[in-house]
Design a protein around this ligand. Sequence first.
Ligand SMILES: [Zn+2]
Length: 256
Amino acid sequence: MNCRDFQQLLQPYSDGELDLVRQLEMEEHLAGCLDCEEQERNLRSMRTGLAAAMPYYPAPDSLRAKLQLAPPPSPTVTRRRWRPSGQQLSIAAGIMLVVGAAATIGMLVPRSGTGADDRFAERVVAGHVRSLQAEHLMDVPSSDRHTVKPWFRGKIDFSPQVPDLAQQGYPLTGGRLDYLTDRPVAALVYHRRLHAINVFTWPAADKTATPARASDRQGFHLRHWQRFGMTYWTVSDLNDQELDEFVRLFQEQTAE
Ligand SMILES: [Zn+2]
């Protein structure tokens, strides 16, 4: 199943209508896919927002009598919230899409060119946080680049450069696959004392080399550069000076 398949199942998923196997597949996918996870979150917040905004009126006794219903339950005990149907949700989703698109266009116009980087920066930080929180920092825990580099073979369609920076105080601690886009990317993990440094790399769409550019996001420091046809994003809570040194050393040891 690809993202489109999953997204078509988001509605029944949030209605609790999927069978257990599908539901687990969905949860697994959502844990690793920012795009689908974001859509799921939007759907959920829209549902809660709509449900909370809709007034609730208990049916009057006369109507209940006509319909031969039991008297209304105590509102504090079993008050049933109105839940929007799939059709109502898709109309609301359409409205939100239009509003969202307008907002996005408005946001991107004055800063064109940085939009894609911004999006990636967000994913890079999310990937970093996810790797720390889920205690899933490494698929291949090893300080040996001759173990880490071949581990990626057959799992991704490129071979990442894995410099050895242990001598300089930035030991390699492992690697894993991560999903920042619709394709798996290589995540290399280095450490400086107790600080984890994630380096995400994949073949660049645009082969021009760019120097490392610094940015901050959610308290993390990021560096982004391109070199020899590869894109690199590194992220850490390490201080700026040491992160710059790390990037310089890393670049020195990545050859064509
Ligand atoms: Zn997805």
